[in-house]
Write a protein that binds this ligand. Structure first.
Ligand SMILES: [Zn+2]
Length: 462
């Protein structure tokens, strides 16, 4: 969930803690120890067990591979640094398909209250008070948690112009980022935010940062505006994302106002297609599922957030039966309260086995696919992300198979879904560069981040 304000803040000078060879950073210039240099080596990874895609799930194979120019290759590369991955599972980095990185400042701040109080009395007032540049630091905090728990890509909906992409760039994360849009008309009251969205795209788009048009929800955007966004997404060649059918209130209000469900509303205005990412999709009827199936739109389930806010669970089994592409997101920390995709994967499976009374519902192979390959498909990066194969992006995590929580390795896929808590992630590579090695973050100065976030908490949350 995400609420917006019109508060304008002055952009202060960006502080950068990731730096390339020979280029200093603000933290260093201030005499403070900054992040380490991130080199651009080629690597030869030996002795690893690789999690490879297979027809009916996955297979695990021990095979050497190389990382060259940010890509995976099985062809020998001269001069590569050897990385010994003995006792490690090397698998595609997890893809968090729905979050609000800036919200880490509100972790454990508004819990055990009803949805209305959570939203209107706790979250919204804080968002209205937060300083814009604070979102840079809270986003970095989010990325440090993501990296430490094996996430290499994230899909963000944010409300503070430029902060999320700058933080993602500095952290070396792969981001799919959208400035949240709300209003009646994209070209009048929503124009400022729309301009910011396009400006971020122009300024930051790169091989690792992409931008998504992000209308917030059907209740915070008019039907006219959603139609405008849909046309602009087509014109700009962008994906689009929206929160959809999250709560009973949203669906009932939509039925009262439009005489149709939120899914039907979006279908009728031509919003749904294979370039649409839908977060939540909890309150669905069978006709909604038929519409989603026909449209090719992608669903992101957020089990912890939906449970915590008392909204229920997406009908995952029914969606799977229809062949709807299902991905996984954590949502923001105000409604989760972690960004740990391993926890989310376990919850997804266990919740659906429990509520369906069916121990075969949401098996481990489906859950791991949802967090990797399905996400890549929704992002239109199939065969580039979420897989280990020749030419794919080297977004990889090294999981310690000798961690007590995973040992013995009777079934590695089960380990990832049911046993892993994220602490088993030993090293993380994004776009061919290590951002964590031996549990040590290389692109984020966590002490600095904690210091800055703590200052924000003291000033704006106390
Ligand atoms: Zn959300």
């Amino acid at each position: 969930m995400d609420i917006y304000s019109d508060i304008k803040y002055t952009i202060s000078e960006r502080r950068t803690i990731l730096f390339r060879k020979g280029i200093g950073c603000d933290a260093c210039r201030g005499g403070k120890k900054g992040a380490e240099v991130v080199d651009e080596m080629d690597y030869k990874v030996i002795n690893a067990k690789l999690l490879l895609s297979a027809e009916e799930g996955f297979q695990i194979e021990q095979k050497d591979f190389w990382v060259k120019d940010g890509k995976i290759t099985f062809s020998e590369t001269d001069g590569a640094e050897v990385v010994d991955a003995k006792d490690k599972l090397v698998m595609p980095g997890l893809i968090n398909m729905h979050t609000h990185a800036y919200m880490t400042v509100m972790r454990n701040y508004a819990d055990d209250v009803d949805f209305g109080e959570w939203l209107f009395q706790r979250v919204m007032p804080v968002e209205d008070r937060l300083p814009k540049e604070g979102a840079y630091w809270t986003s970095l905090l989010a990325f440090s948690e993501m990296i430490k728990t094996g996430t290499t890509s994230f899909v963000d909906m944010h409300m503070f112009h430029r902060q999320s992409p700058q933080a993602a760039k500095d952290a070396g994360m792969r981001g799919f980022i959208g400035r949240g849009l709300v209003g009646e008309d994209l070209y009048s009251d929503g124009f400022g935010r729309f301009q910011e969205a396009l400006e971020e795209k122009r300024e930051y788009e790169s091989s690792t940062l992409k931008f998504i048009l992000s209308p917030h929800a059907i209740y915070s955007c008019s039907t006219q505006m959603l139609e405008q966004v849909s046309k602009e997404a087509e014109r700009q060649g962008m994906l689009k994302q929206i929160h959809l059918s999250e709560s009973d209130t949203e669906v009932n209000d939509c039925l009262n106002k439009h005489g149709k469900t939120p899914v039907k509303l979006l279908e009728d205005i031509g919003f749904l297609d294979e370039k649409t990412i839908l977060a939540h999709c909890v309150k669905m009827c069978y006709n909604d599922l038929d519409i989603l199936q026909a449209s090719g739109a992608h669903v992101v389930t957020n089990p912890a957030s939906n449970a915590k806010l008392g909204n229920g669970f997406a009908p995952i089994s029914e969606m799977r039966e229809k062949g709807i592409n299902i991905c996984i997101g954590t949502d923001g920390t105000a409604s989760n309260n972690t960004l740990n995709m391993f926890r989310e994967m376990g919850l997804l499976s266990l919740i659906h086995k429990g509520i369906k009374g069916d121990s075969t519902a949401a098996p481990a192979r489906f859950v791991v696919k949802a967090a990797t390959e399905n996400a890549a498909k929704a992002l239109h990066m199939e065969n580039q992300l979420g897989v280990i194969r020749e030419g794919a992006c080297a977004d990889l995590i090294f999981v310690d198979l000798k961690a007590a929580s995973l040992f013995p390795n009777n079934n590695i896929l089960s380990s990832l879904c049911y046993s892993a808590n994220g602490s088993e992630v030993e090293s993380v590579m994004i776009d061919g560069r290590f951002v964590m090695r031996g549990r040590r973050l290389l692109t984020i100065d966590t002490e600095r981040v904690y210091y800055e976030v703590d200052k924000i908490v003291k000033e704006y949350l106390s």
